[in-house]
Write a protein that binds this ligand. Sequence first.
Ligand code: BEZ
Length: 239
Amino acid sequence: MEASEFTKTTAMPRIGEKAPSFKAVTTQGEINFPEQYEGSWVILFSHPADFTPVCTSEFMTFATMEQQFADANCKLVGLSVDGLYSHIAWLRTIKEKIEYKQMKDVEVKFPLIEDITMEVANKYGMIQPGEATTKAVRAVFFIDPKGIIRAIIYYPLSLGRNFDELYRALIAMQTADAFAVATPADWRPGDDCIVPTAGSCGVAKERMEGKEDIKCYDWFFCTRKIDKETVLNKIIRKK
Ligand code: BEZ
């Protein structure tokens, strides 16, 4: 069957929109999404199938980093179109049997949604028929504490995600919110941030320059130093 025969016309959620609501059964009980996550960032991500190697490497990596995300006020929620008992058996196998890249005895404590009907996957545009009609692609939705979708990343089935990049993106978005800045290419905490310029007629550069910690490359491109400690003190929860 042609992929196009499966294509649904439902709109996919987009950046800046409210995350679509759903209730679902997970490995950690029922969830009411995104309402019960109000006040936290949440990463909702899909994987193609339980008991597959790329997904296993991803779950082990994400589970190992769960506390790091939690310290940045971010919870994780996984989804695939497999059933609950498959999820439970797969996560148990990961914990009991898989040793990979110095990760072992890895317990996945975040909820993994069962979505046999593909209702949630379809709502979030995770079924992309050109890639697969019976599996979700590797989608990542960053949802902010008010339930707004702030970033979306899609990967194909064969490509495992870079979880350092997901963490970097989370911290960058939180930094943008906290300091009213944008973050340039490859930004990491401690790098200069981009400040909004006041206008488009050349006055902005003169107005900005001379201000402490501001550097202008041209009228439309000014940066501000925010040191790493200042960023992390604001964003990372104290233990
Ligand atoms: C994997 O996770 O290894 C995988 C899953 C579905 C298709 C291809 C690879």
